[in-house]
Design a protein around this ligand. Sequence first.
Ligand code: HEC
Length: 475
Amino acid sequence: MSQPEKAAAKKISADSRHLRLRGLIVRTRMKRFAIKLTSASLAKLAFAITATWPSAGQADGTSLAKRAMHLLRDNCIRCHNAKKNKGDLNLTGRALALKGGGEGPAFVTGKAEESHIIQFIQPNSDPHMPPKEQLDGEQIAALGQWIDSGAEWLPAELVIEAKLLDPAALGQLPGGYQPVFALALSPDDKQLAAGHGNLVTVHNLTEKDKPALPKLTGHLDAIQSIAWSADGKRLATGGFRKVLLWNTADWSPAGEISDLPGRVSAMVFTSSNTALATASNAPGQAGEVALWVVDGLAKRQAWQAHNGTIFDMAIAPDGETLATAGADKLVRFWSLATGEQMMQIEAHTSPVLSLAYKPDGALLASGGADKELKIWDTKTREQKNLVTGHPGNVAAIAWPEKKAELITASDDGALRLCNETSKSPGKTWSKAGDLLHCLAATADGKLLYGGADNGRVYAWDRTGKITRTLEPPKP
Ligand code: HEC
């Protein structure tokens, strides 16, 4: 282990010790809270709840459930998911919420006033959720009505930060849910490999009417990453703990990596096509970068690159540097020859979700969960520009040409034309039918493909119009 690696490893193990310690403290504190709650405050609570009910208005079951999901998504899920389950509580699924945390089930079907979810969001509650915010009366009432009417869970409505959640803990994908988390275009731009849930479909982009669709199976969980080698010969698909390598000539298997630490969140082939870089991490662990020799898939090197998930990777146009984007808010630069860190940038105030080099290599764009897009000088680390005005996560970036224009994909389903020197996005392009997770651009930058949560892939031309929609395969 090199000196910086050792230092990083030390820091990470210290952090996990700290976390374990905090877990213990939290659990003992909860006991105290429970006693407090069962005393006088409960009576007051029941009154407060019935008093606020009528203001939520009338709503049918599905729209009620949708509204409840969006309230949980926007206010609770960031702390109560598989990776970050505060109070041992994961709210991303109905069964998980019913199992509950250290204090038992998070809700009681049909009984809002007996449900922790409702009790803990009251203004006078201790503990109080979300810890430093207060939902308003109408929001509390909406959640109460939803629990009273059966607490239907709509997992697809919770996934605005799906990239931040752990699909392993989500288990088998619910029927029909085929989010597109990853896309890769062939170097000749004639084929597009897309992960639709746990199936990879290779869409034929040249024959509009008779699309040939090889379906690549073998992943049980959602495909998280796809990479196409620059010589066009190999495709790599990454899911939970596993990478499958394919010969693109006949779509026969070319190898498998099966002992990765967790989901494979990003992948990229080196420009010489000789190595594949993977990013993977087990929930709560350091994000690991590994380099694999393409022929035979022997592990060449692996190192802990970020404290938390690595959401994206990009290789500099000179082929020598690997940039990684982490949940620890950092962008780090690594030598592909030695695996040594060359520099790092404290890039965002939230996880860094997306990266793209300008094709001349002088600039790098990073997008965050803080809704910001930043442009960096790759030599000096200087921040050259900050673009604000995205409505949500900057989930993906494409910078196809050596020009000032780059394109972002975001939570509202729209692509935005940004400029390396403008402070806010320029034109907002047509919206896809759902939030976008990933983006791929043709080499000439004339067509952009975005992968959406509803399982479809949308194609935009440079006027900003959606010109084509690629449907998910039948499961
Ligand atoms: C910033 C992080 C954060 C957010 C956001 C958050 N929680 Fe929590 N939640 C916690 C922590 C930490 C605990 C552990 C209790 C404590 O020590 O206060 C907890 C505990 C709980 C528990 C008790 C779990 C148990 O059984 O021990 C419930 C129920 C809960 N939260 C519901 C919610 C709901 C509903 C929301 C959204 C309205 C929410 N939380 C938002 C951090 C958060």
